[in-house]
Ligand binder design. Structure first.
Ligand code: CMP
Length: 141
Protein backbone atom coordinates (compact mmCIF):
# COMPACT_ATOMS: atom_id res chain seq x y z
CA UNK A 1 0.00 0.00 0.00
CA UNK A 2 1.16 3.50 -0.77
CA UNK A 3 0.58 6.83 0.92
CA UNK A 4 -1.64 8.68 -1.56
CA UNK A 5 -3.62 11.88 -1.95
CA UNK A 6 -6.98 12.03 -3.69
CA UNK A 7 -9.45 14.77 -4.56
CA UNK A 8 -12.94 14.61 -3.11
CA UNK A 9 -15.88 16.88 -3.89
CA UNK A 10 -19.01 17.01 -1.76
CA UNK A 11 -21.49 17.95 -4.49
CA UNK A 12 -24.32 20.53 -4.37
CA UNK A 13 -26.99 17.96 -3.41
CA UNK A 14 -25.08 16.81 -0.31
CA UNK A 15 -24.18 20.39 0.67
CA UNK A 16 -27.88 21.30 0.34
CA UNK A 17 -28.83 18.29 2.51
CA UNK A 18 -26.49 19.63 5.20
CA UNK A 19 -24.50 16.38 5.46
CA UNK A 20 -20.97 17.76 4.92
CA UNK A 21 -19.97 16.78 8.45
CA UNK A 22 -21.42 13.28 8.10
CA UNK A 23 -19.53 12.73 4.84
CA UNK A 24 -16.26 14.07 6.29
CA UNK A 25 -16.69 11.75 9.28
CA UNK A 26 -16.83 8.75 6.93
CA UNK A 27 -13.42 9.77 5.58
CA UNK A 28 -11.92 10.36 9.02
CA UNK A 29 -13.41 7.18 10.49
CA UNK A 30 -11.76 5.22 7.66
CA UNK A 31 -8.36 6.68 8.57
CA UNK A 32 -8.15 9.31 5.82
CA UNK A 33 -6.87 12.76 6.75
CA UNK A 34 -8.14 16.03 5.28
CA UNK A 35 -5.07 17.89 4.05
CA UNK A 36 -6.84 20.75 2.20
CA UNK A 37 -10.41 21.97 2.03
CA UNK A 38 -12.41 24.82 0.52
CA UNK A 39 -15.90 25.81 -0.57
CA UNK A 40 -16.57 27.00 -4.11
CA UNK A 41 -19.47 28.04 -6.26
CA UNK A 42 -18.15 26.73 -9.57
CA UNK A 43 -18.61 28.67 -12.79
CA UNK A 44 -19.61 26.79 -15.94
CA UNK A 45 -16.00 27.08 -17.13
CA UNK A 46 -14.68 25.73 -13.79
CA UNK A 47 -16.95 22.68 -13.94
CA UNK A 48 -16.43 22.07 -17.68
CA UNK A 49 -12.66 22.28 -17.21
CA UNK A 50 -12.70 19.90 -14.27
CA UNK A 51 -14.81 17.33 -16.13
CA UNK A 52 -13.13 17.93 -19.55
CA UNK A 53 -12.47 14.18 -19.83
CA UNK A 54 -16.28 13.71 -20.13
CA UNK A 55 -16.85 16.52 -22.65
CA UNK A 56 -18.09 14.20 -25.42
CA UNK A 57 -20.40 12.17 -23.18
CA UNK A 58 -24.17 12.69 -23.49
CA UNK A 59 -24.47 13.63 -19.81
CA UNK A 60 -21.82 16.38 -19.95
CA UNK A 61 -24.15 19.41 -20.11
CA UNK A 62 -26.36 18.07 -17.31
CA UNK A 63 -23.25 17.37 -15.23
CA UNK A 64 -21.95 20.93 -15.66
CA UNK A 65 -25.42 22.32 -14.93
CA UNK A 66 -25.70 20.28 -11.75
CA UNK A 67 -22.19 21.02 -10.48
CA UNK A 68 -22.85 24.76 -10.80
CA UNK A 69 -26.30 24.63 -9.17
CA UNK A 70 -24.97 25.38 -5.68
CA UNK A 71 -21.80 25.44 -3.59
CA UNK A 72 -19.50 22.45 -3.38
CA UNK A 73 -17.05 21.50 -0.63
CA UNK A 74 -13.75 20.30 -2.07
CA UNK A 75 -11.07 18.50 -0.12
CA UNK A 76 -7.81 16.62 -0.50
CA UNK A 77 -7.79 13.32 1.39
CA UNK A 78 -4.53 11.68 2.35
CA UNK A 79 -3.73 8.21 3.58
CA UNK A 80 -2.67 4.67 2.77
CA UNK A 81 -4.41 3.62 -0.45
CA UNK A 82 -6.48 6.82 -0.30
CA UNK A 83 -7.79 6.65 -3.88
CA UNK A 84 -9.35 3.18 -3.60
CA UNK A 85 -10.36 3.70 0.02
CA UNK A 86 -12.31 6.82 -0.95
CA UNK A 87 -13.94 5.10 -3.92
CA UNK A 88 -14.99 2.19 -1.69
CA UNK A 89 -16.48 4.66 0.81
CA UNK A 90 -18.36 6.49 -1.99
CA UNK A 91 -19.91 3.39 -3.61
CA UNK A 92 -20.99 3.01 -7.24
CA UNK A 93 -21.55 6.13 -9.40
CA UNK A 94 -25.24 5.24 -9.68
CA UNK A 95 -26.57 5.31 -6.11
CA UNK A 96 -29.21 2.68 -6.93
CA UNK A 97 -26.29 0.29 -7.55
CA UNK A 98 -24.15 1.44 -4.59
CA UNK A 99 -23.49 -1.02 -1.77
CA UNK A 100 -25.40 -0.53 1.47
CA UNK A 101 -23.60 1.74 3.90
CA UNK A 102 -21.70 3.68 1.25
CA UNK A 103 -21.94 7.47 1.00
CA UNK A 104 -23.91 7.38 -2.24
CA UNK A 105 -26.31 4.69 -1.01
CA UNK A 106 -27.00 6.74 2.11
CA UNK A 107 -27.05 10.32 0.78
CA UNK A 108 -27.51 10.31 -3.02
CA UNK A 109 -30.67 10.12 -5.11
CA UNK A 110 -29.57 9.82 -8.75
CA UNK A 111 -26.53 9.34 -10.99
CA UNK A 112 -26.44 13.13 -11.49
CA UNK A 113 -27.08 14.13 -7.88
CA UNK A 114 -24.71 11.49 -6.50
CA UNK A 115 -23.37 13.35 -3.44
CA UNK A 116 -19.62 12.98 -3.99
CA UNK A 117 -16.83 12.83 -6.53
CA UNK A 118 -13.53 11.04 -5.98
CA UNK A 119 -10.45 10.73 -8.22
CA UNK A 120 -10.21 7.38 -10.00
CA UNK A 121 -6.42 7.05 -10.42
CA UNK A 122 -3.14 8.45 -9.15
CA UNK A 123 -2.68 10.35 -12.40
CA UNK A 124 -6.12 11.96 -12.23
CA UNK A 125 -5.76 12.67 -8.52
CA UNK A 126 -2.65 14.77 -9.22
CA UNK A 127 -4.42 16.65 -12.04
CA UNK A 128 -7.60 17.21 -10.01
CA UNK A 129 -5.79 18.35 -6.86
CA UNK A 130 -3.73 20.85 -8.88
CA UNK A 131 -6.95 22.10 -10.53
CA UNK A 132 -8.40 23.30 -7.23
CA UNK A 133 -5.45 23.77 -4.87
CA UNK A 134 -2.13 25.56 -5.30
CA UNK A 135 0.42 23.19 -3.78
CA UNK A 136 1.23 25.54 -0.89
CA UNK A 137 -2.35 25.02 0.35
CA UNK A 138 -2.09 21.21 0.58
CA UNK A 139 -0.56 20.04 3.84
CA UNK A 140 1.35 16.84 4.47
CA UNK A 141 -0.28 15.23 7.48
P1 CMP B 1 -18.36 11.72 -10.85
O1 CMP B 1 -17.66 10.66 -10.09
O2 CMP B 1 -18.34 13.10 -10.32
O3 CMP B 1 -17.80 11.74 -12.35
C1 CMP B 1 -18.56 12.16 -13.47
C2 CMP B 1 -20.02 12.34 -13.13
O4 CMP B 1 -20.90 12.33 -14.22
C3 CMP B 1 -20.47 11.18 -12.27
O5 CMP B 1 -19.91 11.29 -11.00
C4 CMP B 1 -21.99 11.34 -12.34
O6 CMP B 1 -22.50 12.24 -11.36
C5 CMP B 1 -22.21 11.97 -13.72
N1 CMP B 1 -22.87 11.05 -14.63
C6 CMP B 1 -24.12 11.24 -15.15
N2 CMP B 1 -24.44 10.21 -15.96
C7 CMP B 1 -23.39 9.36 -15.97
C8 CMP B 1 -23.12 8.11 -16.60
N3 CMP B 1 -23.99 7.53 -17.41
N4 CMP B 1 -21.94 7.51 -16.36
C9 CMP B 1 -21.00 8.10 -15.55
N5 CMP B 1 -21.21 9.27 -14.92
C10 CMP B 1 -22.39 9.90 -15.12
Amino acid sequence: MALEKTLSIIKPDAVEKNVIGKVLSRFEDAGLKISAMRFALLSKDDAAGFYAVHKDRPFFNDLVEFMTSGPVCIQVLEGEDAIKKNRDLMGATDPTKADKGTIRADFAVSIDANAVHGSDSEENAAIEIAYFFPSMNVYAR
